[in-house]
Structure formats: C-alpha cells, structure tokens
Write a protein that binds this ligand. Sequence first.
Ligand code: SF4
Length: 300
Amino acid sequence: MNAPHELAQKAARESNKLEKRLCRLTGQAIADFNMIEDGDRVMVCLSGGKDSYGLLDILLKLRERAPIRFDVVAVNLDQKQPGFPAHVLPDYLTALGVPFHMETQDTYSIVTRVIPEGKTMCSLCSRLRRGILYRVATELGATKIALGHHRDDILGTFFLNMFYGGKLKAMPPKLVSDDGRHVVIRPLAYVKEADLERYAQEKQFPIIPCNLCGSQDNLKRKEVKRMLLEWEGRWPGRVENTFNALARITPSHLMDATLFDFKAVHATGIAQTHGDIAFDDEPCDPPSQNTPDSAQVRWI
Ligand code: SF4
C-alpha cells in the first residue's frame, strides 16, 4: 500500500499534468483559430460556473507566457435571480487582482413577467443577456468576447442541431456576433468538460449554482450528454473521433450544393484522390491524431 506522502506526490503530479493539458489545449485552440491577437482586450464572461472560472484561470496563465500582449477584463452579469450571491465574484476577482466589471440588470423580472409559468424562459433570458453583454463589451472597449464553452458543449450542440434541427452545425470556436459588432471566441474549444470539472475541484473555485432562476434543465441537451457519456464508456475514441471530424470535412461527400458545385462535376480523365470509388464502401480513414494544428504562433 502506498504511504500517504506517496499518494500526495502522485496527486500533485496528476494535478500538474491536468493544468499543463488545459493550458496546452487552450493555447492550441487560440493559435489554430487566431482567437487572440496582439493588443486585444479580452472580455471574459464569468458566470460563476466551473467552465468560466477555468477559462479565466487558464487565460491568465497563458498570458504570462504568450508571445503577444493582451489585456483581460472579467465581466459578470447579475440578472437578479433569487439568491444570487453578488459578493462571491467581486471577492474572488479582487483577491486575484484581475480587472472586472459587475453589470446588474434585472432580466429575471422581465422574463418571469413575460413568459407564462411552466414555459421555458431560456430563449428570452439569453437574448436579453446577449444584448447586455454586447453593450458592456463596447463600453469596456473589448475587442474579443471570450466564453467558457468547451469540447462537450460543441459536440452537444452539433448533435442537437442534427437530431432536432436537421442540419450539420456545431458551435464555432470564433465568429462575429449576431449584431456584427463583436468577435466571440471559445478558447476552451478543445478541452473536455471532465477536465474542467476536476480543475474546478482542485482549484476550489467558489462555484455559484446555475439553477437559481428555477428554469427546467434542457432535457434534449441532457439526453445528448448522456449519449456521449455512454459512447465514451462503451467505445473509447468514438467521441474524440466525432469531435475531430468537425475539422475534417469533405464537402464533395456530403449533399450541400452550396458547399460543393455538383452541377459542374464532369470527368477530367485525371485520377482523383478523393474521387468516387463506385461500388466499394468508402474506406474509414484513420482518425487524426489531434485537433487542427495550423498554429502559426506558439502559445504552448
Ligand atoms: S437557465 Fe435560467 S439563467 Fe440560464 S438562460 Fe435559462 S432562464 Fe436564463
């Protein structure tokens, strides 16, 4: 049996490995999608959940060793949900020495007034929150808005869109906001939720519960999450490969005529590596070893 100090050493090594992995994957995603550029002012949206705490913590670590200079400002929106502990984030951020802005807007009253009881409030609530955060980003002079969505959020959205929306669409690592005025980034795009959970426990982030509004959980999202967990347990590698597939798309082998000009297809007489192989089954290409790796600037 291991002595207590050996167990402690092992735990410290594991913890160190976890932190390194989170920094490496976040740095890789930032570089692959050119998420943060020299001189950027990054507004980190902090909800008080494990993901946004992890995002802020890792971004601050990466900033110390980044090849470029950028500012970070943390922002929280207090939506006046009952029981929201308004002091938790300011206390945490003050102790950390990070510039922050707490925005208070009572969207909770608006949503509960407008939406009939029993109906889901999330769509209106998030629309209001989005508008407020865009305004705050402008007021703070933020050039990027960073959100704490991770790999499993991206995959979950992909399957929800496919199962219930009939389209191949996930959650972008970097995109212009719907009002066209901001760039939204998701630096944790390559990070697994389980790693963020462990990291939050180890760092003892002061988590604020996410069910204060009393809204029902999104049952479809929960169902997809369960499916992915089951896959992970029964078929190791399947979830990883599915995620990697989001970055390895062959439009000629799908059916979206806006992405591939099927009408213009004609025989060229030249052998095509990705041409049709007629009656044979399409081979299952070996999985990519990693997520996209076009990193031009080394963060890691
Ligand atoms: S869960 Fe609550 S706080 Fe979150 S979007 Fe839905 S209504 Fe708003």
